[in-house]
Design a protein around this ligand. Sequence first.
Ligand code: G
Ligand code: G
Ligand code: MN
Ligand code: NA
Length: 262
Amino acid sequence: REIEAELRRALERDELELYCQPSVALAGGRIAGFEALTRWNHPVRGPIPPSLFIPIAEECGLIHALGQWSLEEACRHAATWPGSPRIAVNLSPVQFAGQDLVAMVRQILTRTGLPASRLELEITEQMLLDNSEHTRRVLRDLKALGLRIAMDDFGTGYSSLNYLRAFPFDKIKIDRSFVAGLGEGPGSGTRDGAQTGAHNAAIVRAVIEIARSLGMHTTAEGVETPEQNRALAALGCDEAQGYFHSRPVPVAAVPGLIAQWK
Ligand code: G
Ligand code: G
Ligand code: MN
Ligand code: NA
């Protein structure tokens, strides 16, 4: 396919760009880390969203090269950041099928000099769908390098609780669909909105409680309003990520963002 050939060329010509979005500690308001997000700005078609090109890369196997590129780029930059924030990088389930994911991560840490303790890898629930011994062994070997593993988009999969039992994640990222409407009182917004908000608050409270019992940290995604941020802090969520704090910024803008952070 044409788009596949173009993605291959984009990788070769270094046309992909890394963006980073801060994750903010709800106690204290400091930047705890950043999530790396790959962007493709096509010279003719304009911006192509990851929701389009990641599945294509997964189908044609380019995800291995793309994943290596984004991990190395993220670690290389993060190694230079003041204040030593963490960097979180998304992993595709397809990358687990390759033999040498652990070796690749180890080599990139060595090459870039980033301490493993500052790296977090995000995997989605579908990742563990097979719940195979292979997947769990790779996750264990990755953790043994000294990095952290986060479960992304928590709550949207078919078997979320099953996954928590299958592997000791360091962090749960609560999907943004559960953050919607948080902090909307009965008097504010629409009646439906307030109802969704009340239900979501009950779910988020329970997820945070489960995470705490299992010794896992929590990050809420898609935080867009001060009300949501306040409600999450009150519920004891550890970190918040979303437009309320900052949109994703080009990786070169991160040191400036850190310097001007209140
Ligand atoms: O900003 P946003 O639209 O960038 O990201 C959409 C989705 O694309 C997210 O679910 C994110 O996990 C995924 N994504 C972004 N960058 C990467 C990447 O480098 N590798 C993988 N596997 N997924 C990514
Ligand atoms: O890896 P993940 O699926 O969580 O990717 C994060 C996605 O969420 C990226 O596409 C990012 O641009 C997007 N995003 C980040 N903050 C917000 C937000 O506050 N609201 C919404 N709707 N999307 C966000
Ligand atoms: Mn993510
Ligand atoms: Na997510």
